[in-house]
Design a protein around this ligand. Structure first.
Ligand code: ADP
Ligand code: ADP
Length: 212
């Protein structure tokens, strides 16, 4: 199954994808994670996109589309995949149609107040890639990753100024995709405000997968 996770920043797309990929045995492809890894490793791509990510703006379509097109050619995608954070614009969605067949577009809905609370408390571990929340999903030891023992950090773009900009960017450039995919009959709405386990269960139910 080829699935897109759509929804505002902080909706829980990455968190649910990390759980769902185990249940469905398909890779979780996050363009944000790919960009952050490139920045961490100081690759040419990383240098190109570093200031864009920090500001909360979007990476240019052509670059992002090429990246995803290449990623979807890898063998691990043959049994399906979850695309998290792509497409984020109408041109990206149109391009995706030329190289992928999408089965479902999951639209995670969450109120704005909750989005802000989730983003402001989000902490990440760069090495393990694990995502925490200081209140909703704290590590066992405050500020320390359970897996690697590394110190948790706040993403540059989760700081207040960038968050406001990111939500505007989402409303202007990404939200139109809801209508785009509704017209194609692919949208499935999932209430993202419940616990991760319940959101996962709702997601599996809308795609017709019985977890038990
Ligand atoms: P979140 O899940 O909090 O919305 P992501 O990790 O998906 O954030 O993305 C972080 C940043 O990476 C975005 O703000 C944007 O700068 C860049 N990015 C990720 N995906 C895309 C995309 N499909 N198109 C353009 N830029 C992207
Ligand atoms: P996205 O990928 O959509 O930007 P994340 O999965 O990174 O969102 O989640 C944003 C923050 O909210 C993280 O700190 C995460 O731990 C927390 N979070 C995610 N899903 C839930 C949930 N269902 N309930 C409470 N907190 C959540």
């Amino acid at each position: 199954m080829n699935i897109i996770f759509l929804g505002p920043p902080g909706a829980g797309k990455g968190t649910i994808a990390a759980l769902a990929k185990e249940v469905l045995s398909i890779p979780h492809i996050s363009t944000g994670d790919i960009f952050r890894a490139a920045i961490k490793n100081e690759t040419p791509l990383g240098k190109q996109v570093k200031s864009i990510l920090a500001s909360g703006e979007l990476v240019p379509d052509a670059l992002t589309i090429d990246l995803v097109n290449e990623r979807l050619k890898e063998d691990d995608t043959s049994g399906g995949y979850i695309l998290d954070g792509f497409p984020r614009t109408i041109p990206q969605a149109e391009a995706l149609e030329t190289f992928a067949d999408i089965d479902f577009v999951i639209n995670f809905t969450v109120e704005r107040d909750m989005i802000i609370r989730r983003l402001s408390g989000r902490r990440i571990a760069k090495e393990s890639g694990k995502v925490y929340h200081i209140i909703y999903n704290p590590p066992r030891v405050e500020g320390i990753c359970d897996i690697t023992g590394e110190s948790l950090i706040q993403r540059e773009d989760d700081k207040e100024e960038a968050v406001v900009n990111r939500l505007e960017v989402y409303e202007r450039q990404t939200e139109p995709l809801i209508e785009y995919y509704t017209e194609k009959g692919l949208i499935r709405n999932v209430d993202g405000s419940d616990t991760p386990e319940k959101v996962l269960a709702s997601f599996l139910a809308v795609i017709g997968v019985d977890k038990s």
